[in-house]
Design a protein around this ligand. Sequence first.
Ligand SMILES: Nc1nc2c(ncn2[C@@H]2O[C@H](COP(=O)(O)OP(=O)(O)OP(=O)(O)O)[C@@H](O)[C@H]2O)c(=O)[nH]1
Length: 329
Amino acid sequence: MSQDSSDNSRSLSLEHILAQAEQDQNVVTDYQAGYVAVIGRPNVGKSTIMNEMLGQKLSITSHKPQTTRHRIHGIHTTALHQIVYVDTPGMHLGGKKSINDYMNRTANSAFADVDVILFVVEAGRWTKEDKAVAKKLQNSEQPVLVIVNKVDKFPNKEELMPFIQQVSQELSFTAMIPVSAYKKINLSAIQDEVLKYLPNRNAIFPEDYVTDRSTRFLAAEIIREKLMRTLGEEVPYGATVEIEQFKYVEEEGRWLIHALILVERPGQKQIVIGKGGQVIKNIGTQARRDLNNLVDGRVHLELWVKIKENWSDDARALASLGYDDNYSS
Ligand SMILES: Nc1nc2c(ncn2[C@@H]2O[C@H](COP(=O)(O)OP(=O)(O)OP(=O)(O)O)[C@@H](O)[C@H]2O)c(=O)[nH]1
């Protein structure tokens, strides 16, 4: 073999490699992956739906509006697709406090970069706040799927017709899907419809990821959920949870979690503690059950209540508690 021909064959194989690399880049994968924002006014069931779609509990739920304050990514991966759900705080009209501003900003920014929007509404109840969300979605470039949740409240489907007509008049949407997250009715239709619009793309997150939030963060959310479920109206919006310690104690074979419940006023502290410490004990017992599941082991939980005045109306305090605009997907 002459020197010339061997050079030639080397340059041919280089060309081949470059061509192959270009082909690889243009490969059309069958795999589908993308982001799905779950939006709507408070209390329509966004978190319940997302938890059901994921088959596990990530977002906290309660019967009180505005339970969700942060945006959480729940990741559902199969051999064929990866759907990344972006749960948002319920969008609402009222309130001048920093926390309300923060929640609306987070919700607004959540649907800027997604592939599909799930607009969750409550069967039979179309409010001013729903209208405001509908208005924001009017010029949306992404497909909008209207999820009519809580249809279990209407055993007679005929009674839902006026509601469906009203929504149809006020918003142009890609599809409308009636479901009950609570009774697990028709939830698979949501995924079927989402998959029609999810792009062909490789997985965004590694396949064993279920959320991009830390265990520590999820632990704080679990405690906050129990707090909101246990207490009356006046405390929960003035309360938040900060995890001070989260560590595995080898000798005890269990996790040690120290959490601070921050409230704004002395009266609230009394309510959270309860007579003879009964209320906080009850919150702790409920939270520990879920925390055991979270860490898949045993948890020793210590809860403390502390007053931090006006934390919900102080931008710096909010940032220090993790309500941070810089958090990104
Ligand atoms: N009857 C009925 N209740 C439901 C259904 N889905 C959710 N709920 C209840 O509605 C309440 C609110 O649910 P969430 O999932 O916390 O609502 P959300 O929209 O995430 O609320 P925010 O966090 O305030 O934005 C809870 O008490 C749920 O149990 C449903 O299909 N039927």
